[in-house]
Design a protein around this ligand. Structure first.
Ligand code: RIB
Length: 310
């Protein structure tokens, strides 16, 4: 099965800190590392490690970070021939702080990612249409995404949109989104109200259904994930693991969901599998470096207790 990912490639500059700083505060750092990342790149590499044939589309700058990101993605088996190198732009950079409990704070400078435009999307549409599943996120401009969704055939490919970082989606034709996969904070921004519990989720998701979204999958960290469909809400409990770094857990989740749906699995099986992929990711440091292989997810599903902190 074929997965196309249209999204960002970033170099992640990561500092482990004793605790995440409050506004205006300075906190001491413990370690500093550099990891390949970016939501698009992470989701593409995760999908490849989980066994899919993957093509990544996006922009990097013509600089050393861009070259390194492309090499790492290619080594992971991702087809990067559709990624463009922009001569006068910097490759995207993310600054990430990670606390001892694995929680993080991320700010990013989009650089080349922010230059993606409709003419690029127009060029790659034939390759996107050929995929079984198209995965996208919001670290690239929303205008070209709206343009793309309007141009896709109604029934193919299946579209998964990870609305991260959160922003207003009113420009997007959401009736062409099969799965919308926010985390709780992002859902709060989309609906302009914090939504937490199962009952509230059903009520709130009606707004998104009325805009055409077919499935809403909410990533809820330690609470697992929720699937809201027109018929009701189902909760998928999280696995108990020792969290080291939450970076890219959402990306592993989206990729695993994409791979399972591309293989013809239903949403229930796909979300259970995605929870396992995300759980493994939080036990490891970094973005690309933390994404599991298919064998690892299968092993985890057989022996989840090995990861249990208790
Ligand atoms: O989802 C994790 C990613 O978000 C990081 O790799 C970082 O690049 C940010 O974009």
């Amino acid at each position: 099965m074929r997965i196309a990912v249209l999204g960002s490639l970033n170099m992640d500059l990561v500092m482990e800190v004793e605790r995440l700083p409050r506004p205006g505060e300075t906190v001491p750092g413990r370690t500093f590392s550099r990891y390949p990342g970016g939501k698009g790149n992470n989701q593409a590499i995760a999908s490849a490690r989980l066994g899919a044939e993957v093509s990544l589309f996006g922009y990097v700058g013509a600089d050393a970070f861009g070259e390194e990101l492309l090499r790492v993605a290619q080594d992971a088996g991702v087809d990067v021939t559709g990624v463009k190198r922009l001569p006068h732009a910097q490759t995207g950079i993310a600054l990430i702080l990670v606390a001892p409990d694995g929680q993080n704070q991320i700010a990013y400078a989009p650089g080349a990612n922010g230059k993606i435009d409709e003419s690029y999307v127009e060029q790659i549409i034939p390759r996107l249409k050929a995929a079984d599943v198209l995965l996208m996120q919001l670290e690239i401009p929303i205008g070209p995404l709206a343009f793309l969704l309007r141009k896709l055939p109604e029934d193919r490919p299946l579209v998964i949109l990870d609305p991260a970082p959160a922003q207003d989606l009113s420009a997007l034709p959401l009736n062409r989104v099969d799965y919308l996969t926010p985390n709780r904070e992002e859902l709060g921004v989309l609906l302009d109200s914090p939504v937490m519990e199962k009952d509230e989720l059903m009520r709130a998701s009606q707004t998104l259904f009325s805009l055409g979204v077919r499935h809403l999958v909410v990533k809820a960290d330690r609470d697992g994930a929720y699937l809201a469909e027109s018929g009701g809400v189902t909760r998928f409990p999280a696995y108990k693991v020792k969290a080291v770094d939450a970076t890219a857990a959402g990306d592993a989740f989206n990729a695993a969901l994409a791979v399972m749906l591309a293989e013809g699995k239903g949403p229930y099986e796909a979300i259970g599998y995605a929870n396992a992929a995300a759980a493994i990711t939080v036990t490891r440091k970094g973005a690309v470096s933390s994404l599991p292989t298919r064998a690892e997810v299968q092993d985890f599903l057989r022996h989840p207790y090995r990861y249990d902190p208790a």
